[in-house]
Design a protein around this ligand. Structure first.
Ligand SMILES: [Zn+2]
Length: 140
């Protein structure tokens, strides 16, 4: 896996993790430095980045910033929980391709060893230990 800007990543510890949720949206939990690296937020100083929620426009907690791949946006903890619990996860191929493309770009960028692929209108997530985890989209 190619990691872009690898020199920048050596300056801080990667804390980002995949945020599992019942509707299987591809979501990554970030801290403020990771959000800044992804060009989300407003840099105040080199060490301080204010990240505003894309939904409520309030400032996200520095350790609780959620990147949601299907929207290519960041949200605060309250808004991401509302979104993943109450939004429809569209499973048409165009929507899934958009979501997976953005998710894989971000995991590469942050050095997270996980990639998603589309298979029969489902998303399959490959974890660090190379096992597959099946993400089911709808209770049909
Ligand atoms: Zn919010």
């Amino acid at each position: 896996m190619v990691r872009e800007n690898s020199n920048l990543f050596n300056t801080f510890t990667i804390m980002a993790e995949i945020y599992k949720n019942k509707n299987n949206f591809l979501v990554i939990k970030l801290n403020d430095k990771e959000a800044a690296e992804l060009n989300f937020g407003i840099e105040v100083t080199a060490l301080h980045n204010i990240c505003l929620c894309g939904t409520c426009n309030n400032e996200c907690s520095s350790e609780d910033i959620y990147y949601i791949a299907c929207l290519n946006e960041v949200m605060c903890k309250d808004c991401i929980n509302d979104f993943v619990n109450n939004s429809t996860h569209y499973d048409d191929i165009e929507s899934l391709e958009y979501e997976v493309e953005h998710f894989n770009f971000i995991t590469d960028r942050l050095g997270i060893n996980a990639h998603a692929i589309i298979s029969s209108n489902d998303i399959i997530l490959y974890n660090k230990d190379k096992t597959k985890e099946h993400f089911k989209h709808y209770d049909k």
